[in-house]
Design a protein around this ligand. Sequence first.
Ligand SMILES: [Zn+2]
Length: 158
Amino acid sequence: MGSCVDCGCETKRTATVYVGVPKIGVDGLLEMTYIPQTDFLCPDCVEKHARHNPMQLVLCLFLQLGWVEIARHGLYSVGGLLGAGLGLYGLWRLTILLYIRCRTWHKWSNRTPKWLAKEVDAEWEASDLYRKLLMDQGRDADGCILDIRAYQRIHGDL
Ligand SMILES: [Zn+2]
């Protein structure tokens, strides 16, 4: 147990980010070594963060412009197929956002269905929020703090 870095309440949940430390490698080039940093972050703060991430909604709506491409070029064209792909991906992301909102509004306690579990990743949301908190404290001046997903993208799966 420890106190949440955001609201200060007692919690068992933690969040992890990876802090990049530049160092000179054996070949004389500058290398980034990422060290995990973990702190307490309560589920309530993470839920609130997941709900109030307007950029996700903006991205989903932006992807809906893909349907315009279909209207302009027809479905069976490069632009149309690309547009359909973007539009469908946007709808999928929108479904996930709606699920997260419904879950918090209605206080669903049942487990997230398997097909959504990978997308509605509380561990990643926690990591993303923790990174933002550190950034707000001015701890990410050179952009070397990564959330879990960004770290996995660069270093492959953990
Ligand atoms: Zn909290």
